[in-house]
Design a binder for this molecule. Structure first.
Ligand code: BGC
Length: 914
């Protein structure tokens, strides 16, 4: 009997013995767990399968949906029946039209290739939002005198009586500005910075909360207060404020369904009362928060409050496009305690949080009434150990807190956030200790999805820094930085980092939402503004000057999300925007096929040698070269997207266009010897990555790139654009060894130099802090800028080898790249089908590769070993050396054997190659 047959026999046996072990888990709707308030009329459902034995494949599924969690037959609205299909991700709901505000419960069961089936899964649900604008009965309420900069926070309240028992109560809320809602004195929900940030002029999100438990029979009260946020607060440079409007407003409707089926609606309208709260004196994203506890209002969102001093509200007539929240809600995710409180050499009282974090602090203090405590925030200390805030530019990021003198007071700002590691505290009554301060880390609440670890602690710190760069800059919008007077949705940074981001967290909801704003803010001619939401051009501007590598976010990021999540609908939704962008460039380039003047930012922040100390050229890449290279790249991705979506005409149009650009590019920028552009690292990288070289010259170009890297003694000279792909292109050309030399380089310019300097996040610049501890130019020196963190993608996909063969991480490509420079490197990733693991370890002259393939998926595993007979799988020789091997390839670094495996966990062991 051949070993392969033996293997299938084993699966059959184990399958029948453990039939009860097949199960369905992790049910999601539109990439989310039990989403509340969605406005997608045919939501997509996904599940994962787990069970005993290997090679599990789904052969059929059945889904049922009901309006009642008990699935009583009268409440079942749709049953798919047994569908013969192996699909378990993003399956479209095909039942009757869904109703506004209704909660739908669903379950799934599956059958597998071993004849097993499951029971109905655990119940999951989704809840619809308000599907038609006409269902918004509430009116916008505002305060008459509320149009000044830094106005005190508007407060609104209303009392109402509930006379019948309540079955369910749901609040639908949004604001011009930010809101904080309470019912009967208790804050509603756990989201902060709501309603988040969209391109407000065109759409504004609302949130949906279940407040059933907060409503009582009898007297009730609802109250809300507002903050300036992105709507009215300081935003972008030049002391700009009120980009979207000068007056804050609240829109809320509370729908109470009684047990007898009747309904009560509590709406914001002229019956509400308002007040400018003297306690929250000032709140501003860039500049901080001023709070006077001596003026604190108490009990105002409870019934029986004396609001006789409050004013009538004003009704605003707006036609905002209200949309359900699609991204991940912003929440307080974790708390950290300071590592020390100390005095600087000049005597300032400082606190070290031990981590450059984003969010705010909670301060505990007791002192006499009227005591004013000031807290400033900074990312770094200067070379003398003093508090350094120059790199925050105009952002003041200061808390000014006045104590009420009522004993121990707990103070926490609202409607602002800071990027900081250090605090400077003045006016603190008594002795400040670490006990007085807690750091609250705030970001979009995305599900964690990946881990990466190696034997090198510096590399692990780099991974930590990448993750913290993501935490700090994924606050509803992907921002460049979280601390200075910027914090904008810079497109170039987002496209550079999005693939890495998708490894660390599930960013499908986050980017689905933001990409819609990209499309909405795109100008009629196709220009993609530099930042999204676009606050750098006038709100009604019809044109913008875009930049290559930045505007390309419109194509690169949807394509990346499709690659990671296999989400065709996202691609389809973004397709018009993708095409508009390419067409915009095509028009600019005209008959020349060269996009002259298309790059404002070049290879942003590439390496410059210090004057007179370096004989080699710096890392300069010509902007026009970059522009045409990206023109080609976006065109090629558009052609790919058209192929996926079955748009055959476009496949031809854009493939032809790409070929034409390539031809012209080669003529213009590639020498017959394979030298490219300015011969900078980035010139070679972009040409290699975007396929812009004659086939015969790829090796030569790669060799020139390697020469350059070696001549710089394994240092980078790349900026934002070249950095994304450098290690990938080295691997592709057979120079993984050089890629490892770059990755593990500890001196400037390199990824590990900031780590050696004590960084806890990714820096904006390779030398944000120089070896002598002085800083780069304060005008552009963030210590929390994720762009260079794009190397994380190579660590996962190449070093640990966790790659997908096709979009969506179903058919995997597990191809670890061992190196003698590390003892081990490993990654896990929670993909659409379950947990994937890939990694390797060197032990006693052997390489041990550990992989995990989730059910309903398979993997091609490529191992650096030249003879299949030398491989041991789970301690035994390979089951069948002939049928099993699908690829045997040779690179200049190793000879590889490829195997295909179904779901399961496998260990492969073989001798290390030299
Ligand atoms: C931002 C960047 C951005 C750049 C454009 C900067 O101010 O911080 O990250 O991509 O401008 O060049």
């Amino acid at each position: 009997m051949k070993p392969l047959k033996l293997l299938s026999l084993f699966i059959l046996i184990s399958g029948s013995v453990c039939a009860q072990n097949l199960m369905v888990k992790d049910l999601t709707c539109e990439h989310k767990i039990n989403p509340t308030g969605i406005d997608i009329i045919q939501p997509r459902l996904s599940w994962k399968i787990a069970g005993s034995g290997n090679n599990i494949l789904q052969t059929a599924y059945s889904v049922r949906v009901a309006t009642d969690p008990k699935f009583s037959s009268s409440k079942i609205i749709w049953e798919s029946g047994k569908v013969a299909s192996d699909e378990s991700s993003l399956q479209i709901y095909r039942g009757p039209a869904l109703k506004s505000s209704q909660r739908y419960f669903w379950q799934v069961k599956v059958w597998d290739n071993n004849g097993r089936s499951t029971k109905w899964s655990e119940t999951a649900f989704w809840e619809m939002g308000l599907l038609s604008p006409s269902e918004w009965k509430a009116r916008w309420i505002e305060l008459e005198d509320d149009t000044n900069r830094y106005s005190p926070s508007p407060h609104f309240r209303k009392e109402f009586t509930v006379s019948k028992p309540v079955a369910r109560a749901t609040a639908y809320v949004t604001a011009h500005g930010l809101y904080d809602l309470s019912v009967n004195g208790k804050r509603v929900g756990d989201q902060v910075m709501t309603p988040g940030w969209t391109t407000y002029g065109k759409r504004i999100q609302y949130q949906v909360y279940d407040v059933t438990d907060q409503i009582v029979k009898g007297e009730n009260a609802v109250g809300a207060f507002l903050g300036d946020g992105w709507y009215r607060g300081t935003l972008a440079w030049g002391n700009n404020w009120a980009i979207y409007g000068k007056r804050l407003g609240l829109l809320m409707q509370l729908r109470i369904i009684h047990t007898d089926g009747t309904e009560t609606l509590i709406l914001t309208d002229e019956s509400w009362k308002g007040h400018n709260d003297p306690a929250i004196r000032m709140n501003d994203i860039y500049n901080g928060y001023t709070y006077d506890a001596t003026k604190r209002l108490t009990g105002w969102s409870q019934p029986d409050y004396d609001d006789s001093g409050w004013k009538k509200v004003r009704i605003g007539n707006y036609r905002d496009n209200l949309v359900a929240s699609e991204g991940s809600p912003i929440r307080k995710i974790e708390e950290i305690k300071p590592v020390k409180v100390f005095r600087s050499p000049k005597g300032s009282l400082l606190v070290d949080m031990g981590q450059n974090m984003v969010g705010w602090i909670r301060l505990k203090a007791s002192g006499p009434r009227g005591t004013v405590i000031k807290v400033r925030h900074a990312e770094v200390l200067d070379k003398f150990g003093e508090f350094y805030t120059e790199n925050l530019r105009a952002a003041k990021v200061q808390l000014t807190l006045t104590l009420a003198g009522t004993g121990e007071e707990i103070l926490e700002p609202r409607f602002t956030f800071m990027g900081f590691r250090y605090l400077e505290v003045t006016g603190f009554p008594g002795t400040l200790t670490t006990d007085n301060i807690t750091g609250i880390v705030v970001h979009s609440d995305m599900q964690k999805s990946g881990t990466y670890e190696s034997s090198n602690p510096l590399l692990n710190q780099l991974q930590h820094n990448i993750v913290w760069g993501q935490k700090g800059n994924f606050l509803d919008v992907p921002t460049d930085c979280p601390q200075r007077d910027e914090r904008l949705g810079w497109t170039g940074d987002a496209q550079a980092f999005c693939r890495t981001a998708a490894f660390n967290y599930n960013v499908a909801p986050f980017f689905t939402k933001w990409l819609k704003d990209v499309a909405l803010d795109q100008k009629p001619g196709g220009e993609v503004p530099d930042v999204i939401p676009d606050v750098l051009n006038k709100q009604d501007a019809t044109t913008a000057q875009p930049s290559a590598g930045w505007g390309d976010v419109a194509v690169i990021t949807p394509w990346t999300m499709y690659t990671v999540y296999g989400d065709k609908q996202l691609l389809e939704n973004q397709y018009p925007s993708m095409k508009k962008w390419v067409e915009y460039i095509r028009k600019k380039a005209g008959d020349t096929y060269l996009w002259k003047g298309g790059s404002k930012y070049g290879d942003w922040l590439f390496y410059h040698p210090p004057v007179n100390s370096h004989t080699a050229a710096d890392g300069y890449t010509e902007p026009d070269f970059i522009a045409t290279a990206y023109f080609a790249y976006s065109t090629s991705l558009l052609a790919e997207a058209a192929r996926v979506l079955g748009k055959t005409d476009d496949v031809k149009t854009y493939t032809d266009l790409y070929n034409k650009i390539k031809e012209v590019f080669i003529r213009e920028y590639v020498t017959p010897a394979g030298r490219v552009g300015t011969c900078s690292q980035t010139s070679y990288i972009l040409a290699l990555k975007f396929g812009l070289l004659p086939d015969g010259l790829r090796d030569e170009a790669a060799a020139f790139l390697v020469n350059d890297i070696r001549s710089r003694r394994n240092h980078l000279s790349t900026g934002f654009l070249g950095t994304i792909y450098i290690c990938h292109e080295l691997t592709r050309a057979g120079y993984t060894d050089v890629a490892y030399d770059l990755l593990l380089q500890e001196t400037y310019p390199s990824w590990l130099y900031p780590v050696k300097m004590g960084a806890t996040t990714i820096w904006e610049r390779w030398d944000g802090q120089k070896t002598d501890s002085t800083f780069q130019d304060a005008g552009m020196n963030s210590f929390n800028h994720y762009a260079y963190g794009a190397i994380g993608d190579w660590m996962y996909r190449v070093s640990a080898g966790l790659e997908t063969r096709d979009p969506g991480y179903r058919h995997l490509l597990l191809r670890p790249h061992p190196t003698k420079k590390l003892e081990y490197s490993k990654a896990t990733y929670e993909g659409p089908y379950g947990t994937i693991a890939s990694g390797w370890e060197r032990k006693d002259g052997k390489i041990i590769v550990n992989v995990k393939i989730p059910a309903n998926s398979d993997a091609t595993i490529i191992l650096p070993v030249n003879d299949p007979a030398k491989i041991r799988q789970n301690g035994l020789p390979l089951p069948d050396v002939k049928d099993d091997i699908i690829i045997a390839e040779e690179t200049n670094e190793s000879i590889n054997i490829g195997l295909v495996r179904g779901s399961g966990e496998y260990t492969f062991e073989f001798d290390e190659q030299n």
